[in-house]
Write a protein that binds this ligand. Structure first.
Ligand code: PEP
Ligand code: MG
Length: 594
């Protein structure tokens, strides 16, 4: 912490989460624990009522989570799994059954029984010698806290009710708290705890809320109503800044905004290198509602439509008509630009309550994506029919996820053939020339890419999963997040191998993992020769700018040098130096966070 002895201004440093600056009044949120009182209950009637009170609280909190999930802004919908995990805790027997048992057997009040259950769960978690898993106890604490608040009748803490233009200051915000924030009002938030990859930080990024986390002492030093500057690009918070500091940050904010607008203004231009090499820049979407933003940001098509979110809403599986309407609209809005619809990728960390599947110890390696669809052909066929019918209304391309070998691809194509035949029999039209491609995201598919290339019209490399499977790093496990390395020489070679196989066979190849939208990866991906990059719409303007300032010739020279390096750190250092040299403003503006 830095303190100015004359003005009293204090500066704290934490973890930068979202590159924007806000100035506003502090609103301290008390997320301290609810006081829990012990009560001994004597008669059976009291105990029965206590159990009912607990059950009612659990249901109320369940409703809160479901409603938060349903109201989640589109841009954070892919974080819904966090709330799903909270919902699972509510039903966990160590949590639910055990609390009821304690109320009845120990004749105690619901709050005390819940406290005891939490203590027991904490003990179990503490014994686990795995930081990621032991940290999950935080989720149980968040859920317990909500139930206790309901039991105590305390509703004052709902963050959704904060309707002033304030900056929230909290010890910690759970992902559910963050979802609840009224983003039209709340200017930003700062917390004592949290890191860059915490779910709260991810949520803030998705919601585009300027935030700094991990400040350690924010709640101790900030008073309600203090004036704050939150610089989410540098991870700095200034408490009660003096006039010159305010002017400094106002100017910095203006520069940041001007920079963003300058990039946005150019986003409609094609991504063409200085020596005339064109790359297709498209958007990844999860919902129909995102199509407009994809176009606004300069997306030249939809490179990845993740269709599973329509199946995760909790209202059961959508029918063919719902799916058809949805896909048709996306195709029409984007027409004549292409829309790559990926068939269902359920499983892994995306489960639908109606899914006919058993619990798996290792879902990432289990019945996921195409494996699930081949096992449930009726569900698969419904989706394929809807996609084929919608193909008349624009340029739809079909993409199978998680293909691991040729037989699997042929099986999927056979089902597609059957669906086409059914449509023919029903005299329903579709685009018979609709292109069919696959996601290359499993190492075995990389190794036999040259074989697979003969059977499809295009490849789309899914590096999010490719990194997970190639490096044996569970992509949702924070404990090994430091090993999740896009710059690993093995990953770069794999991408190169897939691109070569595609080029040899004369098919197009793009990349739609997070790497595509990472400013640090652009030179490498250009040098490798990808035809297209598909990313989060917000990343499009900057990635286009970088492509337009780069020459293919130079990218190839850099790639040659990079391919001689032996570790991910060496590659990263090379790329960082290159990016700093070419775009010195990016780091200062908080774009090189990762
Ligand atoms: C990928 O795996 O890189 C990908 C784009 O798909 P998802 O993130 O949906 O698995
Ligand atoms: Mg994937």
């Amino acid at each position: 912490m830095r303190e100015d002895p004359v003005s009293g201004e204090r500066e704290l440093r934490g973890v930068a989460v979202y590159p924007d600056i806000v100035i506003g009044k502090a609103h301290l949120v008390d997320r301290s624990r609810v006081k829990i009182l012990y009560q001994c209950l004597v008669n059976g009637e009291q105990l029965k009522r206590e159990v009912e009170r607990f059950e009612e609280a659990v249901h109320a909190v369940e409703d809160q989570f479901v409603s938060l999930k349903n109201k989640m802004p589109d841009k954070v919908k892919d974080q819904a799994f966090i709330l799903d995990s909270h919902l699972l805790i509510l039903k966990d027997s160590m949590f639910y059954d055990s609390t009821i048992k304690k109320i009845l057997e120990e004749k105690i009040n619901a709050e005390w029984a819940l406290k005891k259950s939490l203590e027991e769960i904490r003990e179990v978690f503490e014994q686990i010698d795995d930081e990621y898993i032991s940290n999950r106890v935080r989720d149980v604490e968040n859920v317990t806290e909500r139930i206790l608040r309901f039991l105590s009748g305390d509703t004052s803490q709902s963050l959704g009710e904060i309707n002033q233009r304030v900056i929230i200051v909290a010890h910690d915000l759970s992902p559910a708290d963050t979802t609840e924030l009224n983003t039209a009002k709340v200017k930003g938030f700062i917390t004592d705890v949290g890191g860059r990859t915490s779910h709260t930080a991810i949520m803030a990024q998705a919601l585009e809320i300027p935030a700094v986390v991990g400040l350690e002492v924010a709640t101790a030093l900030v008073e309600d109503g203090d004036l704050l500057i939150v610089d989410g690009s540098a991870g700095v918070v200034v408490i009660n800044p003096d006039d010159s500091t305010i002017i400094h940050y106002q100017e910095k904010k203006l520069q940041l905004q001007e920079y963003k607008s300058s990039i946005a203004r150019m986003s409609h231009l094609p991504a063409e290198t200085t020596d005339g090499h064109r790359v297709d820049i498209t958007a990844n979407i999860e919902f129909l509602e995102e199509v407009a933003a994809a176009k606004d940001c300069g997306g030249e098509g939809i490179g990845l439509y993740r269709t599973e979110f329509l199946y995760l809403s909790g209202k059961g599986f959508p029918n063919e008509e719902d799916l058809f309407e949805d896909y048709r609209e996306v195709a029409e809005i984007m027409n004549p630009a292409p829309v790559s619809i990926r068939t269902l990728d359920l499983g892994g960390d995306k489960f639908a309550s109606k899914m006919p599947m058993s619990e798996e110890i290792n879902p990432a390696l289990g019945l996921r994506a195409i494996r699930f669809c081949l096992k449930e052909p009726a569900i698969f066929k419904t989706q394929l029919r809807a996609i084929l019918r919608a193909s008349l209304y624009g340029k739809i391309q079909l993409m199978f996820p998680m293909i691991s070998g040729l037989q699997e691809l042929l099986d999927a194509k056979e089902i597609l053939r059957q669906v086409k035949k059914d449509l023919d029999q029903d005299h329903i039209e579709y685009d018979s020339k609709m292109e069919v491609g696959i996601m290359v995201e499993i190492p075995s598919a990389v190794v036999i890419a040259e074989i697979l290339a003969r059977h499809v019209d295009f490849f789309s490399i899914g590096t999010n999963d490719l990194i997970q499977y190639a490096l044996a790093i569970d992509r949702v496990n924070e404990h090994v997040a430091y090993m999740y390395q896009p710059f690993h020489p093995a990953i770069l070679r794999m991408i190169q191998q897939v691109v070569r196989a595609a080029k040899n066979e004369g098919i197009k190849v793009s990349l739609c993992g997070e790497m595509a939208g990472d400013p640090l990866c652009v030179f490498i991906l250009l040098g490798i020769g990808l035809d297209g990059l598909s990313m989060n719409a917000r990343s499009i303007p900057l990635i286009k700018k970088i492509v337009r300032a780069t020459s293919m010739e130079q990218a190839k020279i850099d790639l040659e040098n990079i391919m001689k390096l032996n570790t991910a750190n060496e590659v990263r250092a090379y790329i960082l130096a290159l990016t700093r040299h070419m775009f010195p403003e990016l780091e200062e503006k908080g774009y090189l966070l990762n």
